[in-house]
Write a protein that binds this ligand. Structure first.
Ligand code: MYR
Length: 282
């Protein structure tokens, strides 16, 4: 039986205790404040990050893990595993996927399968948790990849809102035309991923209306008694996230509703105040 390691990059924001319980290996992306580089989740935690953003004059930048770190990780894993499945954030917003593929080609003694989640954060975590469940049951890398591809083709709805579109534009993850329309019409677009990239899903005028629209989309997709996993994601808006999660628990009585966060790397590009909702049917 092939022994398979499951690797995620840090942007799935799976809490440390769950990673260690489920034997999930994490490789961090970096945030850079004025030439000082921090590995998120390891050297800078989410609360310290938002505190630093409010203190520092210059806004932070981000970077993918260095190929050397990926190579080192794979060499280490090759001592105990035959294969590894690595689930990355979307290749349309980060070079992490490409670097992982390159690292996999450089290391002998372990076969690396790299899965492009085409998204990030909690929806990426859904794939990671599935991969770890399958690996623990003895599935090989190809079977795990096929299962993840099936999940992708079933679709994982995910919508998010930002207070200020300029963060996404400044980091090159939203094009100028989209920024212009949003700012000119003072619109708070509901954003989502299409073909690996961030695009407006619908143009709505207020955050309240945007949340109502996302709730409507959930009603169309999920029956009130359906079993599902729902995640409410926030960038330093815990009170809002708690309120939304409570409302969702009341609406979808058999759903497992939890709260996650936009950590340092994703928070750099979305900005404080962002909110997201994603769900997956059982
Ligand atoms: C890098 O420097 O390689 C990381 C770039 C990360 C870009 C993040 C853009 C925002 C992603 C939002 C995800 C929302 C998922 C619900």
């Amino acid at each position: 039986m092939s022994k398979v390691a499951v690797i995620t990059d840090s942007t799935s924001y799976i809490p440390e205790h769950i990673r260690s319980e489920k034997n999930i290996v994490m490789i961090p992306l970096n945030v850079i404040f004025d030439n000082e580089t921090y590995k998120e989740e390891a050297e800078i935690k989410v609360d310290d990050f938002y505190e630093m953003v409010s203190r520092e004059e210059k806004l932070p930048k981000t970077s993918q893990p260095a190929i050397g770190e990926l190579v080192e990780l794979l060499e280490e894993l090759s001592k105990n595993y035959d294969e590894a499945v690595m689930i990355t954030l979307s290749s349309g917003i980060s070079g992490t996927y490409q670097s992982a593929v390159a690292a996999g080609e450089m290391v002998e003694g372990i076969t690396l399968h790299v899965f492009d989640s085409e998204i990030s954060c909690s929806p990426q975590a859904f794939y990671v948790l599935k991969a770890s469940e399958l690996a623990s049951k003895g599935a090989n890398g190809y079977d795990i990849m096929n299962e993840l591809l099936q999940m992708k083709s079933n679709g994982i709805p995910a919508y998010f809102l930002v207070d200020d579109l300029n963060h996404l534009h400044r980091g090159g993850r939203l094009n100028t035309a989209q920024l212009f329309v949003g700012n000119l019409l003072q619109i708070k677009p509901i954003l989502h991923f299409d073909d690996k990239k961030i695009v407006p899903f619908e143009k709505v005028r207020t955050k309240k209306k945007a949340l109502k629209r996302i709730f409507d989309l959930m009603d169309e997709d999920l029956k009130a008694d359906e079993r599902a996993t729902i995640s409410v994601i926030h960038a330093k808006r815990e009170d809002d996230a708690v309120e939304i999660a409570e409302e969702l628990r009341g609406k979808f009585v058999n759903a497992d509703v939890s709260i996650s966060y936009f950590g340092p790397v994703i928070g750099t590009h979305l900005g404080e105040g962002s909110l997201g909702i994603t769900w997956i049917k059982e």
